[in-house]
Design a protein around this ligand. Sequence first.
Ligand SMILES: NC(=O)c1ccc[n+]([C@@H]2O[C@H](COP(=O)([O-])OP(=O)(O)OC[C@H]3O[C@@H](n4cnc5c(N)ncnc54)[C@H](O)[C@@H]3O)[C@@H](O)[C@H]2O)c1
Length: 430
Amino acid sequence: MSLEEKFADRTAKVAIMGLGYAGLPVAVAFAQAGLRTVGLDPDERRVAALNAGQSYIKDVSPEEVRDLVERHLLRASRDFSNLAHVDAILICVPTPLTPNREPDLQYIQAATEQVARFLLPGQLVVLESTTYPGTTEEVLLPQFEARGLTVGRDFFLAFSPERVDPGSQWRLRNTPKVVGGITERCREAAVALYRCVCDQVVPVSSTRVAELTKLLENIFRNVNIALVNELALLCHRMGIDVWEVIEASATKPFGFMKFTPGPGVGGHCVPADPFYLSWKANQYDFRTRFIELAGEVNWNMPYYVVQRISEVLNREGKCLNGSRLLLLGAAYKSNIDDTRESPFYKVAELLRQAGAEILYHDPYVSEVKVGEEHYTSVPLTPETLSEVDGVVLVTDHDAYDHAFIVEHAPWILDTRNAFRDFKAAHIFKM
Ligand SMILES: NC(=O)c1ccc[n+]([C@@H]2O[C@H](COP(=O)([O-])OP(=O)(O)OC[C@H]3O[C@@H](n4cnc5c(N)ncnc54)[C@H](O)[C@@H]3O)[C@@H](O)[C@H]2O)c1
């Protein structure tokens, strides 16, 4: 039976390597499509949670995990020899940066070695981790072919970027899936696999095109956010409301896409991914100036937020040193519990360095560590709001009762235009 036939009649077995924000929803989607799915992850807690029918990711409900585990469609394991019993292997491991802001491929390397150990004729391997163009061909392929197997004939290798957007309505099913194969046969096998879980699959001519597609998407976001962030700084100086300008520009029905300013860029992807391309571009004696400039502008935003807090305090004859401030929202964006690379950390750290005492509240994040200090989310009561010198909205969650905050806070510095519907002298825009 061919791979395509096994995918079509759902008899194929799938392994997902890496059960994180990207991998867990993928594993759940394949299991829901009726394919027996095993998630492989060295993280003991994640494996145990999944096998107990629990979910540790907000976008995946415990009910759906429990249902799939009970029906034996989904399970998790730390035993990588499971790779020898599946038809398709999807790699969803982290791709962070090193302290020098260079690609850190240690997780991809480790996953590649594990797959290479068990690789069998007939298997399809797809890399989903975000990475620079050339990774699948230059890092994975040579290690697999060293097993004496030929790509496109004995085994199949493809790249398909993970496009999940945590907290949004865009899921694997309704987000078009870009797929590039090392050979045409590889691409066809990967397209057949993703047809099980995606309404639309977009085949492209190579793994390098698929790899760069994902980077372009994130660089596009990063550059456009930097553009409106810079405009926010200028508008403040000129006494123009940047949000009003953006809303007015967004009424143009063509040729404009709305991006909004904020205290910086967070998440595992948007701040880090562009540097994967810069690093690769260097090998071609090419400088990616847009990426570097956008990184610089966005990187400076927390410093600007702290400057604005200082200005607001100054109006009352107060200074940062000795002030008591409540930060709202530690997650890197609205309605999620992920704090990775959140600008909250930099804002909090700068405030602490300036001698301010900080408290924070986030309905989804119960604890954070800023520098060496651990903080617990404080309850959002009239007392907590009124007993601080000021409140800084870093991330706006739908769960926030804005009217309640306006009523009790001495003043609010709003970095997200969350209080746009309130006209009050104690609300300051970023
Ligand atoms: N988080 C997102 O919203 C998002 C969106 C699109 C793309 N991505 C990309 O997806 C990839 C994974 O990101 P994430 O956010 O899911 O990371 P994550 O840290 O949430 O999860 C990664 C998981 O991989 C596991 N892991 C590490 N080494 C492993 C190995 N050798 N074998 C098996 N599992 C291993 C870790 O234990 C962890 O559970 C990254 O390349 C990221 O850029 C993430």
